[in-house]
Design a protein around this ligand. Structure first.
Ligand code: AMP
Length: 423
């Protein structure tokens, strides 16, 4: 008999073996963001499609190809959120956060959805940790945002991290640069990939996103926006670089780094990892989006933020080979059915002391059950047979040293704790 349905393409189950990594990433998120004054926000997983269409503007793949949109029973067009920033800006105004002391510092961890071609490191449902600081334009907030991201990776032990940095100017200096870029590319149009020819029309900055080999030589010789910034953008960019140096955060200037969405202004950045290949080497990125609020119909309000991918970070954590999977402290084994109740009582009293205790329900041979305890990573086994039950004792076995001792009931907790402490 075949199962009636398969897991949907591009989705994944989060199985218990990966849960500890996930907990690690979430804890690191709430601690690093929390310590910098960021508070958690949750927005719905679906929103009016218009929110994303307006924020993304022309020429964005996220809108043109990747959105999960549907019409609900009331005839409204809704979309599963492909990214976090536009919903948070909406919530910032909806929830009156604009009336509180500025900037509002917010962070989130949650699922996002893009109808992209699934492959390693790219899924249709994936998760991001992100922060947003909204309502204040100072470039020191850009430094702060980058620092929070940097610190998150550091806490997780992710080394070999490259921070790419660029400024893409604002509505004052970018239009002229965009024309300069068109003038540069126009004579070469016939040699460019088809995607690039489309981008030339819609949004020439995105020509830099091309991975097509035939486009690469042109990228290298293209005029650089950092050479054509207006004075306020140039000054902000200097503050960002000086701030990062002061924090000891190393970065590389990358004049071809642009973000996929149109509302970004000034600072853009990306965290890349050496071990991830090609198009999927970005663990996350972010930037300033001073144009977004007005684009969404709100009062013009600056903002800066990033989004980091949990699935791609998980790939690195797994590669690091460090097992985040913690076994139970204690694996309790009752040798015979009549011993189960006594073993259960001991397990409960150990749990009441804060220990993680797994009670083996089986009746297999002791050596098989001890092998199971070892596979689960238990550090101590508590073994109860008829003799131990009759005398009110238990055998405490150190799973690593493979030594064991019989102790009276009143000393079991102390003996287990001591054995755990010795490991
Ligand atoms: P973006 O919002 O496109 O800047 O993406 C930020 C980060 O989210 C990326 O660097 C990835 O780590 C992660 N990410 C984006 N799209 C996907 C996806 N389809 N599957 C898995 N991770 C993704």
């Amino acid at each position: 008999m075949a199962p009636v349905a398969q897991r949907v393409r591009g989705t994944q189950d989060l199985l218990p073996a990966d849960r500890p990594y996930w907990d690690l990433m979430e804890r690191a998120a709430s601690e690093t963001a929390g310590r910098a004054g960021y508070q958690r926000i949750e927005t719905p997983v679906f929103e009016a499609s218009e929110l994303f269409k307006r924020s993304a503007g022309e020429g964005s793949d996220v809108v043109s190809k990747e959105m999960y949109s549907f019409t609900d029973r009331g005839g409204r067009s809704l979309s599963l959120r492909p990214e976090g920033t536009a919903p948070i800006v909406r919530a910032y105004f909806d929830g009156g956060l604009d009336q509180e002391p500025q900037p509002a510092r917010l962070y989130y961890v949650g699922p996002f959805f893009r109808y992209d071609r699934p492959q390693a490191g790219r899924y249709r449902q994936f998760h991001q940790f992100g922060i947003e600081a909204i309502g204040e334009v100072h470039a020191l907030l850009d430094v702060e945002a980058i620092q929070v991201g940097w610190e998150w990776f550091r806490r997780l032990g992710v080394g070999d991290l490259a921070l790419k940095l660029n400024s893409i100017g604002d509505e004052v200096c970018r239009p002229a640069y965009r024309e300069m870029l068109r003038d540069y590319y126009r004579p070469h149009l016939a040699d460019l990939s088809e995607d690039s020819r489309l981008r030339f029309e819609k949004n020439p900055l995105r020509l830099f996103d091309s991975k097509d080999p035939e486009d690469q030589p042109y990228k290298e010789r293209a005029p650089r926006i950092v050479d054509h910034l207006c004075a306020p953008c140039a000054e902000a960019f200097q503050i960002v670089q000086a701030g990062l140096r002061a924090e000891g955060i190393s970065f590389e200037l990358d004049p071809t780094l642009v973000r996929g969405l149109d509302y970004y202004t000034r600072t853009v950045f990306e965290f890349q990892h050496g071990s991830l290949s090609g198009a999927q080497n970005a663990l996350g990125g972010g930037g300033r989006y001073d144009g977004l609020a007005a684009e969404l119909g709100y009062r013009a309000t600056p903002g800066i933020g990033f989004a980091l991918g949990l699935e791609r970070t998980l790939l690195i954590l797994r590669q690091l080979g460090e097992s985040a999977v913690e076994g139970p402290d204690v694996y309790a084994v009752a040798l015979q059915p009549a011993d189960q109740a006594y073993a259960g009582r001991l397990a409960s009293s150990l749990r009441a002391r804060g220990l993680r205790v797994v009670l083996d329900p089986g009746e297999a041979r002791l050596d098989a059950r001890l092998r199971k305890a070892a596979r689960r990573g238990a550090r101590v086994a508590v073994i109860i047979g008829p003799d131990e039950r009759a005398r009110g004792e238990a055998v405490i076995r150190d799973m690593r040293l493979k030594t064991q001792a019989t102790v009276p009931e009143g000393e079991i907790v102390a003996a287990v704790t001591r054995t755990l402490g010795e490991i």
